[in-house]
Design a binder for this molecule. Sequence first.
Ligand code: FES
Length: 161
Amino acid sequence: MLDKVLLSDASLQEIDNELDKYPKDRRQSALLAALRIAQEEHNWLSDELIEYVAEVIGVPPVRAFEVATFYSMYDLKPVGRHKINVCTNISCMLRGCDQIVNYLQNKLGIGFGETTADGKFTLKEVECLAACAGAPMMQIGRDYYENLSPEKIDTILQALP
Ligand code: FES
């Protein structure tokens, strides 16, 4: 029995649905999905929440920390309303992501891992997001934006609520 409940019934149900996809002795396989579900409810993954997810799944906390700290899609501190993931890997680097990064950092007045004062944008540096053909690229929420230029960035950011 869990001491404290940190997730809504809906999230716990969603995690149960994920667990149903795997054999009973492979509950750990649902960790990625469970952490994503927890993050979607809370905006970010605190240590307490990661431990809680591990407890829900029934694995040692270290297993959940390994996953949460490895993948860039997990946020270990609060993020803004729009998280901008900018790829700086090889294809994007060769296609001028430095200019894109500089432009975004100057425009928003923040560096990687930071959030604007109004809480609207968080800027994050990520590894290849498998959209190399459209380099340089960034991801905001679940959407990919490719072949970026400063003008294109202006249009994209302006359209976000
Ligand atoms: S290197 Fe940027 S998407 Fe692959």
